[in-house]
Design a protein around this ligand. Structure first.
Ligand SMILES: Nc1ncnc2c1ncn2[C@@H]1O[C@H](COP(=O)(O)OP(=O)(O)OP(=O)(O)O)[C@@H](O)[C@H]1O
Ligand SMILES: [Mg+2]
Length: 508
């Protein structure tokens, strides 16, 4: 039997941000030729550790050895010199450049433009070798998210990386694309690369990992071989107790149609049709899931319902009333709530504290103000109630929400929106990047709203979440509805294919 060599050794790494210990005396060994998964709840310290390995952060203490040699990784460039490349969740590609330009540039060599032809040949070779299909001459804005990810991977391979780090790479992919990515990762491992992968999805871990290191609250819980564990054991290691996602379905008798979109056409920011005459309806007490690769009209769909974007054509009806021309404000008053995808942007005000954020929409109402004066004690009381009811973890009522974890941010945002008891709730990517526990509480929250009779539009790229929660799933592709399905009558593969453009006739 041959023994794999250690490619990366991180020894006693600690890193503190202000008063948060993100990594606490972490030691980990990653072998060349293995796929090593980092697992842990939100805030466990996974990204911090990988940002240290890829030179984005400097550790407060600890040592790093690459192929047995001690290194100081003072910058991403320095890390890349040691063969370490990181694929971030938010790609760093230049939209107006071609694939080849993106891969070749940034190599620090200005003479490279001349080498474009040779470069393209090299790219083709590498992409063949690893099964990473892309057209080197296509512009980034022309290609899908999955293809952009392949470009990011090619970019680091092209620069000679043999230690590859991927932070939640499948969150944005269709199941078929994710399968393709795993194929590529296996090929890399086979060729002797060390692959480090962060994911929250235990199915993926069981499929692709050789070795798994679990982090909890900044410390290593343990490193195990995949062969020696199962999903139950892993979730136990992660949270210290067993967790299982409950299934979201409740006995369901949706009522009348509350919201109707009738042949709605909407333009995107570039003036191109993002929705091409779509018709869908959501009933009282129903969760309608919207599946699709991001960028296929979901954002415009949410915005046209909320009133943030104009319908070029078609009608939107709320309880039969035509609201197509109404303002955001009028729609809120009629019972439409919208939870946007960027929690800290359009959703919450990062610099304001949780109380301010919770009453943000209502601070002018009689309950919270008299003339120019805010009723501070009333605001505090209402916030406390919401924090308790929605089980939001806050260490400090007065510190800005930007320091809260993703799961708690999402809960705060949803708490605010559902406290109005809306008839229609539009929610975009509410469980993106959340760990199992946080996801579960968001599910509970949505199910409670559904039970109350709310019509919920649930936009997500997470097919597991869509299948768990939705009564029906509408699949979007290129601004059109490819079909509407019932989760119990379809499977992830069929939906995945529709997300890539295959059409299904007949409506569930
Ligand atoms: N730049 C930063 N400034 C302040 N605190 C930070 C910073 N980066 C991370 N933290 C904190 O450090 C802890 C670990 O965060 P990290 O991002 O490493 O977790 P994670 O395991 O990647 O979580 P997730 O699954 O949510 O991505 C968290 O409490 C986080 O709030
Ligand atoms: Mg992270």
């Amino acid at each position: 039997m041959f023994v794999l060599k250690v490619a990366v050794e991180m020894k006693n790494i600690s890193k503190t941000f202000a008063d948060v210990v993100a990594n606490n005396d972490v030691s980990i060994k990653v072998k060349a030729g293995e796929i090593h998964v980092l697992l842990g709840e939100n805030g466990a310290g996974k990204s911090t550790l990988m940002n240290i390995l890829s030179g984005f952060y400097t550790p407060d203490s600890g040592e790093i050895f690459i192929h047995g040699k001690k290194v100081e990784l003072t910058s991403p460039r320095e890390a890349l010199k040691c063969g370490i490349g990181m694929i971030h969740q938010h790609f760093k590609l230049v939209n107006s450049f071609t694939v080849a330009e993106n891969i070749i540039m940034g190599n620090g060599n200005s003479a490279l433009r001349l080498d474009m032809k040779a470069g393209i040949e090299e790219i083709k070779k590498v992409s063949q070798e690893y099964g990473l299909q892309v057209d080197p001459k296509a512009y980034i804005w022309q290609i899908s998210v999955g293809e952009q990810q392949r470009v990011e991977i090619l970019k680091v391979l092209y620069k000679g990386a043999d230690i590859l780090i991927l932070d939640e790479p499948t969150a944005v992919l269709t199941p078929q694309e994710a399968e393709g990515l795993f194929e590529t990762l296996r090929k890399m491992a086979k060729k002797g690369c060390a692959v480090l992968l962060i994911t929250h999805k235990l199915d993926e871990v069981m499929e692709v990992a050789d070795t798994i290191t679990v982090l909890r609250k900044g410390s290593v819980v343990g490193t195990v071989n995949k062969a020696d564990v199962d999903k139950r054991k892993l979730s136990e290691m992660m949270v210290g107790r067993e967790t299982f996602l409950r299934t979201g379905k409740i006995d369901n008798h949706p009522g009348e149609e509350l919201l109707t979109l009738d042949r709605v056409t909407v333009l995107n920011d570039k003036g191109i049709k993002a929705l091409k005459g779509i018709s869908i309806g959501i009933r009282r007490g129903e969760i309608l899931g919207i599946a699709g690769v991001a960028g296929n009209g979901q954002k415009e769909l949410a915005e046209v319902i909320a009133g943030l974007r104009k319908a070029e054509d078609g009608r939107i009806l709320l309880r039969g009333e035509n609201i197509t021309g109404l303002s955001v404000f009028d729609r809120i008053n009629r019972g439409i709530s919208y939870v946007p995808e960027d929690r800290l942007g359009k959703g919450l005000v990062p610099g304001m504290n949780i109380q301010e954020n919770l009453v943000l929409k209502k601070y002018r109402s009689a309950a919270f103000s008299r003339g120019a004066f805010l009723k501070i004690s009333k605001i505090r009381e209402a916030s406390r109630e919401m924090i308790e009811k929605f089980d939001i973890q806050v260490s400090d009522m007065y510190s800005p929400v930007k320091f809260m974890s993703g799961g708690n941010l999402q809960k705060t945002l949803l708490a605010r929106e559902v406290s109005d008891t809306p008839d229609v709730l539009v929610t975009s990517y509410p469980v993106r990047g959340l760990d199992i526990k946080a996801m579960e509480s968001i599910y509970d929250l949505l199910i409670e709203q559904k039970r109350r009779g709310c019509a919920i539009l649930f936009i997500s790229e997470d097919l597991d979440a869509l299948f768990q929660l939705s009564d029906r799933i509408a699949v979007f592709y290129g601004g059109q509805v490819m079909g509407v399905l019932r989760p119990e009558q379809t499977d992830i593969n069929e939906v995945g294919l529709m997300m890539m453009g295959s059409k299904k006739t007949g409506v569930a």
